[in-house]
Design a protein around this ligand. Structure first.
Ligand code: PMP
Length: 360
């Protein structure tokens, strides 16, 4: 830290992204990317003409992309917000809807690590609500919070557990908290959970956040969007236009519009990943692993026989990356992204060998 760094941020602990190895080739099951490429329409959209147009700034209102999203989600463009990955939206939402006058942010103890980082970055007080023993959310915990505004942040399905909430549960939280914005982070919703997006018509305090990074195979393009009542969208736009109005570049914009048009390709990939997930769950359970029931493109697993960190290191040594969190309650667990059936076969074979070796 230099002597010039803002002392208010001196203790800020930055988010640690999963490893993104640039040299050695791994089977990469650590950051929940899709194992499948973006749709052929996405590649076709990145034409030479679009490249030539890079000399011009992109449309700061993202009108065409907003129109495509609004029509896909059967809503109005005034209810759509677009940003550079959904992390950007989370950041803007923390800035817009928490802090200032003691408005807290509320989220579970085991969830996406960035929520705590954004709270710290903006000096927002965070109230951490522990998950139950089985890692599920107790809805009642969110229905008796102090009536003092702020932001509730829930990933559905949750990460790294993969456990989903029902729309009825989300409605209970919305009804109990008309003074707070309820942000539902649906980064993984397309892999079998139910989206709360249609509820934006009925609840002006609901903010639904989605991403093109996972189910649409576009993590590298950095494209996220949110849906909400138009006053919430206007608040987010105010922050975006005060930060970087050109945060969606031309190539990403063209790729996003093309991806929206490739509905069948996207649904086939999501179905394939769910099928591979079921196969992996059965195989791991038959090897004595406990697998948390997941509706995401990852599974959260632990074994009484193999230490979580040991398994992570052993697999890495063998060319397979998974995600281990050195955090209370989940130290013995690993999060494994669902890859292609072939990748998962290799993973399962290696886990089988490691299990045999430790039981010798
Ligand atoms: N929410 C959750 C729960 C995530 O796991 C991630 C991915 N790390 C994100 C949001 C952010 O995804 P992106 O910025 O790529 O849209």
């Amino acid at each position: 830290m230099s002597i010039f760094f803002n002392p208010d941020l001196a203790s800020l602990e930055a988010y640690t992204p999963g490893e993104q190895p640039q040299g050695m080739k791994y089977i990469k099951l650590n950051t929940n990317e899709s194992p499948y490429p973006p749709s052929p329409e996405v590649a076709a959209a990145l034409s030479n003409e679009e490249v030539q147009n890079l000399r011009l700034y992109p449309d700061p209102d993202c009108r065409q992309l907003k129109e495509a999203l609004a029509s896909m989600k059967a809503t109005d463009i005034r209810n759509i917000f677009i940003s550079n990955g959904s992390d950007d939206i989370l950041n803007f939402a923390f800035l817009a809807f928490a802090g200032g006058g003691g408005r807290k942010v509320f989220f579970p103890d085991i969830t996406y690590g960035f929520y705590q980082v954004f709270a710290d970055l903006h000096g927002i007080s965070a109230e951490i609500i522990p998950l139950q023993e089985d890692f599920s959310i107790n809805i009642e915990d969110y229905c008796s919070l102090p009536f003092s505004g702020g932001l509730i942040c829930i990933a559905n399905p949750n990460a790294p557990t993969g456990i989903p909430l029902t729309t009825e549960d989300i409605e209970k939280i919305l009804l109990a908290n008309p003074d707070k914005v309820v942000l539902i982070d649906e980064a993984y919703v397309d892999f079998g959970a139910e989206s709360a997006l249609p509820l934006i018509r009925n609840y002006d305090n609901l903010l639904v956040v989605q991403t093109f990074s996972k189910s649409r195979s576009m993590a590298g393009a950095r494209l996220g969007f949110a849906a909400a009542s138009s006053p919430l969208i206007d608040d987010l736009e105010r922050i975006r236009f005060s930060t970087n109005p050109y945060n969606i570049n031309r190539l990403t914009m063209a790729a996003g519009i093309a991806a929206i048009k490739s509905g069948e390709y996207f649904m086939d990939n999501c179905a394939e990943i769910q099928k591979t997930r079921s196969m992996c769950v059965s195989a791991l359970e038959s090897m004595g692993f406990e697998v948390v029931p997941s509706k995401a493109n990852f599974i959260f697993v632990c074994s009484k026989l193999i230490d979580g960190e040991f398994l992570y290191n052993e697999l890495k040594r063998r060319g397979i990356l998974i995600r281990h969190f050195n955090k209370e309650r989940i130290r013995n667990y690993n999060r494994i992204t669902i890859g292609t059936p072939e990748e998962m076969d290799i993973l399962l074979n290696e886990i089988r060998k490691i299990s045999e070796e430790v039981s010798l």
